[in-house]
Design a protein. Sequence first.
Length: 349
Amino acid sequence: MTQTVQDGPATGREARGDSATGLPAVPPHGQGTADPASGRTASTRTAQERLARRQRWQGLTLVAAPVLVVVLFVGVPVVNAALFSLGFTGGLNQALADIGGDTVRGFSLAVYGTLLGNATFLRDLVATLGVTALSTGLTVGLAVVVAVILRLRGGFLGKTLSVLAVVPIFVPVVIASWSILTFTDAQGFLRSLGAQFGLDVPVWGYTLVAVVFGSVWTSLPFAVLMIAGALQGTPDALVEAAKDAGASSWRVVWQVLLPMAATPLVIATTFTVIGVLGSFTVPYFTGPNAPTMLGVDISKYFQAYNRPQQSTAMAFIVFAFAAAASVFYLRSTVRSNAGELDKKKQEPQ
C-alpha cells in the first residue's frame, strides 16, 4: 500500500512527460524547443551570405561600367576594323568602303597579299623594323649605363646622368622632334659647330638617323626609370658579397645586377619596341619621304591616298609585330609572378 502511494505519483508524472525528480524532461532529438544558439548561428550565416551576395553584385556593377566602355569604344572598333581589312564592307564599314579607293569586297586576304607583294611597302616595313631594333638597343643600352652608374657609383655623376635621362619626359614630342631636326639638318647646330673647325659634319636631318635620335630621346626616360628602380632595389649584401669574392665591377653588373633586373629589362624593351613601331610624330617631322615608318604610311594611305582598307591592314601588321614583342613581356611577368607565389608557399606559416 505504501509502495503504491510512493510510486503512483512518479508514474503519473512520467506518463505526463515530466521527470520523476520534478524537472522538465529532455525532449527527444529533433523535437521540442530549438536551441537559441543554433538559431542565432543560422541567422548569422544567412546574413553573411546575403552580405557576400550584395558585395559581389556591387563589385560587378562597378566593374561593368569601365568594361562596357572598353568593349564599345575599343573592342567593337577593333573587331570592325579587322573585318574591314578582310573584305567585310557592310554595316559600319559601308561608308568607308564607298568612299575609299581600291576597296576589296568579299571575305579574303587579298588586301594583305597586295601589301606584302608591294616593294614600296616592304621597303618601309624593313625600315620600320630596322629603326625599331636600333632605337630599342640604344635606348636599353643607355638606360643600363645610367642605372649602373647611379647604383654603383652615385654621386654627382650618377645624379646628373639620371636627371638628363629623365628630362625628355617633360618635353612634348612635337617640340623634341622639331629640336632634333634643327639640330641635325643642313643649317643645324652640328653643321655650324663643325664649320667653325673646318669639319664637314654629315646632314642627318630628314633621314632615318634623325628618326633614331628622336625615338631614343622619347623612349629613354621610361627605360631609365624602370631599370634604375630595379637596380636600386638589389640588396647591398649581394653586391658586397660578390666584391668580397673577388668579382670585378663588370662581373657584378653582368652576374648580379642585370639578372636581378631581368623582368624590368624585358618590360622596358617591350614597351620601347611597341612605342617605336607605332610612332608617328618623330618620323613625320624628322624622317625622309622614302622610306618612311609604317606609322606615317598608315596616315598617308588613309588621308592622302584615300585607301582606308589598306591603311587598316597596315595597322594590323604593325599590331602583329607588337603582339609578338609582347609575348616576351607576358612570359617574363608570368614567371616572375609564379616565383613570388612559390616563395610565399615555402614561407613558414
